[in-house]
Design a protein around this ligand. Structure first.
Ligand SMILES: [Zn+2]
Length: 367
C-alpha cells in the first residue's frame, strides 16, 4: 500500500527509531519504561554494567525474534508495516493477515530465533570451556553473562510458546483451530485462553508478591482483548465493499474558497473533513485540524488550496473494507472514495466506527 502518511504515523504511543532489513522498528513508550525499570532494578549479584549489558542483549534478542516473524512472512509475500516493541515482546504488524497455514510458520519463527540464540551461546561457551554446566544455566551466576543471556532467550521462547493470545503459541493454536472451526471461533478461543492465563498469572504474581509477573499479566490480558477486537473488526468488514460504509451526503469546498468559508461550513455541518474540488477534479482534502491551524497562522482570508492536504488517502468503492481498515487506524483520519477521478464519498474513522457498531448489533443484513 502506498500510503506514506499513515505509515509514518505508526502505532500510537510509539517512537520511530530504526529500519532493519527494510522494516521500520518502533518502540512503544511502555517498552522504554520497562527497559528503564530493569536498568534501575539491576540484577541481584552482578555489577550495574553487567546488568545493563544483560538488558540490552535481551532487548536485541526480542528484536531478532520479531525480525524472524517479519522475514518468514516475507517468504509468503507478506510485507511488514512496522515492528513495535512492547514490554511483553514485540509485535510485527503485517500488511495482510496470513492464511492459517502460513501463520503457523510465521508464529513459530520468533521463538525459533530465541532457541537458536541460546543454542549458539551455549555451543560457544561449551566450545571454549570444553563442557557446559547445564545445572547452572538458570542459576544466574555473576560473571556468566553468556549463560544468563542464553537462559533469558530460553525463557523468552517458552513464554512465547504458551498457547494463549497474544503470545505466538496462541497464534499457532488459533491457526490450527481455524483450519477446522473458522477464524472467528478460533480467535475467540485463543483470546479466552489468553485472558484466563493472564488472570492466573496475575493472581500467582500477587500471592507470591512477584509484581513483575503482575505487570506482565496485565499486558497479556490487554493483548488478548485487543487481538480479539482486531480480529472481530476484520471479521465484520471482510467481504464488505467500502461503498457500503461511506458517507454519501457531504459538502465540498472549491479551491477558490477561503478559510473563512471553510470555517462557516465546519460550523454549519457536522462534517469535519472537506474535499477541495475544482470542477469535477478533486484537488485535496481539508481536515478540521489543518483548518484550525490555518485559521490561527494565516487568517480567515487565506485560500483553502494553499493549506489543504494533497496526499490524501484514496480508496476504491469496491475495495474490501477489511483492507481499508488499517489505513483508517489513525484517529481522526478521513479517506476519499473515488472511482477513477470521480469523488463518490468519504470514509471517516467516525462513520467507520458507527458502521462496525451497526454490523455488530445485527443490522448488517439491512445495510
Ligand atoms: Zn513472537
Amino acid at each position: 500500500m502506498s500510503n506514506v502518511r499513515n505509515q509514518e504515523a505508526g502505532t500510537a504511543g510509539s517512537i520511530f527509531v530504526l529500519r532493519l532489513f527494510g522494516v521500520p522498528v518502533r518502540f512503544h513508550f511502555t517498552f522504554v519504561l520497562l527497559v528503564v525499570f530493569l536498568g534501575a532494578l539491576g540484577l541481584e549479584g552482578p555489577s550495574g554494567a553487567e546488568a545493563a549489558i544483560y538488558v540490552l542483549a535481551l532487548f536485541a534478542s526480542v528484536l531478532l525474534h520479531e525480525l524472524g516473524h517479519a522475514l518468514v512472512s516475507r517468504r509468503y509475500g507478506i510485507g511488514t508495516v512496522e515492528i513495535v516493541m512492547f514490554p511483553i515482546g514485540g509485535v510485527a504488524r503485517l500488511e495482510r493477515t496470513p492464511k492459517p497455514r502460513e501463520e503457523i510458520w510465521i508464529a513459530l519463527a520468533g521463538p525459533a530465533v530465541n532457541v537458536a540464540i541460546a543454542g549458539a551461546l551455549i555451543g560457544a561457551a561449551a566450545g571454549l570451556a570444553g563442557s557446559f554446566a547445564w545445572d547452572k544455566l538458570f542459576s544466574r551466576q555473576a560473571g556468566d553473562l553468556p549463560g544468563q543471556i542464553a537462559a533469558g532467550n530460553l525463557v523468552l521462547a517458552l513464554f512465547n510458546l504458551l498457547p494463549a493470545f497474544p503470545m505466538d503459541g496462541g497464534r499457532v493454536l488459533r491457526a490450527m483451530l481455524a483450519l477446522k472451526r473458522g477464524e472467528a471461533a478460533a480467535t475467540e478461543m485463543a483470546s479466552r485462553a489468553g485472558r484466563y492465563l493472564a488472570i492466573a498469572m496475575g493472581l500467582y504474581g500477587l500471592i507470591s508478591a512477584n509484581f513483575m509477573l503482575v505487570f506482565v499479566a496485565f499486558f497479556v490480558y490487554l493483548g488478548a482483548v485487543q487481538e480479539n477486537a482486531a480480529v472481530l473488526g476484520r471479521f465484520l468488514t471482510q467481504g464488505v465493499p467500502v461503498r457500503k460504509a461511506m458517507v454519501t451526503d457531504f459538502r465540498t469546498l472549491t479551491h477558490g474558497q477561503t478559510i473563512r468559508d471553510a470555517a462557516n461550513l465546519l460550523l454549519a455541518t457536522s462534517q469535519q473533513d472537506f474535499p477541495v474540488v475544482h470542477g469535477d477534479q478533486v484537488m485535496g482534502l481539508l481536515g478540521r485540524s489543518a483548518l484550525l491551524r490555518a485559521m490561527a497562522r494565516e487568517g480567515p482570508d487565506a485560500y483553502v488550496s494553499g493549506v489543504m492536504e494533497r496526499n490524501f488517502i484514496r480508496l476504491g468503492p469496491a475495495m474490501d473494507l477489511s483492507e481499508a481498515m488499517p489505513l483508517m487506524s489513525q484517529a481522526g483520519s478521513c479517506a476519499l472514495v473515488m472511482e477513477q477521478d470521480k469523488l463518490l464519498g468519504l470514509l471517516t474513522a467516525e462513520n467507520l466506527a458507527e458502521f462496525l457498531l451497526l454490523r455488530r448489533l445485527g443490522l448488517g443484513q439491512k445495510l
